[in-house]
Write a protein of this length. Structure first.
Length: 296
């Protein structure tokens, strides 16, 4: 009887050790990917998560739609997330408040600055999603607009619909005020998702937009020329903590499968599938990866 009891205790003990070990291993092999709060960034984050799950044994927790740039950035620095999709111009201008240059110069500067915070920006996706200003054709015709300089001359008669963070970012409205002397009659802060609706119902006259927004083409909007090249390059790619790359070197190889796989045109098409056709970001991302042979 004693032997039987000892055997039972031993088995229970061994099972407890195994279960604890499995639990620790499971927790250790989970990474967290975040995203900002707009369609494109969520699609890209799903691509990163899908390719990692497809190419490695790591599990991915998806903390998407966190908020604006500064929210995602702080989450990364605090290790609440280990990576998210980011843009070179945002890194250099917004986080470090340094001057940008050409696409190549801005990419290299981003990499150099990030070393101070033990972060890595490698494997760019292949497209530049720069900020721009969009208006309806009626507005172009009424004020004879072609460029940001033209817009600045009549800005005091117009209302700008702006993402909340664009109102305060140095590479946003404050910079436009300084460089172009823009002074809109009113600036309405709003989420990215309702800016196009606000423009169409004439609640605003101008909106800040991303060059890869699918709704630009859908709504037949006119993009004005940034004739003083104010907006920097915003080349997209994964922004990753160095410690997680060191711990799991297989991550770099997995993310490399996304390198140069997107351009402005197909990113705009993917965004349109969500914003115009109502498809889910995760499905759009997964279908693209599968169709391109990036995952099986």
């Amino acid at each position: 009887m004693k032997i039987k009891n000892l055997l039972i205790v031993s088995i229970v003990g061994i099972l407890a050790i195994i279960m604890n070990g499995c639990s620790s291993k499971s927790k250790q092999e989970t990474i967290t990917i975040g995203s900002k709060n707009f369609t494109e960034n969520i699609i890209l984050a799903h691509m990163m998560a899908d390719v990692i799950e497809n190419q490695t044994d790591l599990k991915v927790e998806r903390k998407f739609n966190l908020g604006g740039s500064n929210v995602a950035w702080k989450a990364l620095l605090n290790n609440d997330i280990q990576m998210y999709p980011e843009y070179t111009g945002t890194i250099v201008s917004n986080y470090y408040q340094e001057m940008t240059g050409t696409a190549e110069e801005t990419l290299q500067k981003a990499k150099d600055l990030l070393k101070n915070d033990k972060l890595v920006f490698d494997n760019p996706f292949g497209f530049n999603n720069t900020y721009t200003l969009a208006v309806k054709k009626e507005t172009v015709d009424k004020y004879q607009l072609k460029s940001f300089t033209d817009l600045a001359k009549v800005s005091n008669q117009l209302i700008l619909g702006s993402e909340f963070e664009f109102k305060d970012r140095p590479d946003g409205y404050p910079g436009l005020e300084k460089v172009y002397k823009m002074a809109f009659k009113y600036v309405k802060g709003m989420d990215h998702g309702i800016m196009y609706r606000s423009l169409n119902d004439n609640s605003v006259d101008v909106i800040d937009a991303f060059s890869t927004d699918g709704q630009i083409k859908l709504n037949n909007l006119i993009i004005l020329e940034d004739d003083q090249s104010f907006f920097p390059p915003y080349n997209a790619g994964p922004l990753v903590r160095q410690d997680i790359l060191t711990k799991y070197p297989q991550l770099a190889e997995a993310l490399n499968r996304l390198r140069d796989k997107l351009d402005e045109r197909n990113m705009q098409e993917l965004n349109a599938k969500v914003d115009s056709e109502g498809l889910k970001e995760q499905k759009v991302a997964h279908d693209f990866l599968r169709d391109k042979g990036i995952i099986k």
